[in-house]
Ligand binder design. Structure first.
Ligand code: ATP
Length: 205
């Protein structure tokens, strides 16, 4: 019998956009994950600027954008932990909660693969969960082979096995923030409830 799978989707979600929800849904279907749990990060040690919106606002926007889908869940576990927050700790937390029979997938966009070498305990992370790479519009597919000398053949083979082809959605939080600052329309990029939240709380002005 196949192990139950859950997918964890970490990110700044500053704000969450249609790209996030669309690729998460596509991955869940492809790997037959029981659910996708969105995990807003406190702040990424690899991003130069802290999130533009506060923790509560980012969490609330993720909650609004995922509320329509029973397969989507949101966790504030990283927001509650003191920074910096490491992915390996989050993966271990969920593994303990769900038990070892559940396979944990950690989702990341292809653009994030180049950063993996800097991630805390990356080799243990590759070993302990399934780092699941999603192709992203505007970025080349990751060249996993070039990491063989760093992580070894088995880890690279595992990363390749876990890569998934998702719809290429040309959306980014950077573009959303740019448009909002320029007072341009963002309705094609955001869930309507997120647009309303941003307007009500005057975010990203
Ligand atoms: P920013 O533009 O501020 O860098 P972002 O749009 O990349 O933000 P994040 O919250 O940083 O959004 O992304 C969380 C995760 O989702 C990352 O692994 C990122 O690669 C992935 N991701 C974001 N947008 C897409 C997309 N359109 N297609 C595939 N993956 C995506």
């Amino acid at each position: 019998m196949m192990r139950e799978r859950i997918a964890l989707f970490g990110g700044s979600f500053d704000p969450i956009h249609r790209g996030h929800a669309t690729v998460a849904k596509a991955v869940a279907e492809q790997i037959r994950a029981a659910k996708v749990i969105f995990i807003p990060a406190k702040c990424s040690p690899l991003k130069r600027l802290s999130p533009h919106a506060g923790d509560d606002d980012r969490f609330n926007m993720v909650t609004l954008a995922t509320a329509d889908d029973d397969a989507f869940d949101v966790s504030d576990c990283e927001l509650k932990r003191p920074a910096p927050s490491f992915t390996i700790d989050t993966v271990r937390l969920f593994q303990r909660e769900y038990g070892k029979e559940t396979a944990i997938h950690w989702l990341l966009g292809a653009d994030s693969v180049k950063d993996l070498v800097h991630w805390y305990k990356i080799e243990e992370l590759i070993d302990e969960c399934n780092l699941t790479t999603m192709l992203r519009a505007g970025y080349p597919p990751p060249d996993f082979d070039s990491y063989e000398s760093v992580w070894g053949r088995d880890r690279v083979a595992k990363l390749k096995r876990n890569a998934v082809t998702t719809p290429l959605i040309d959306a980014s939080s950077t573009e959303v923030r740019r448009r909002l600052a320029a007072q341009e329309d963002v309705s094609d990029l955001l869930h309507p409830d997120v647009v309303a939240y941003i307007r009500e709380h005057r975010l990203y002005e």
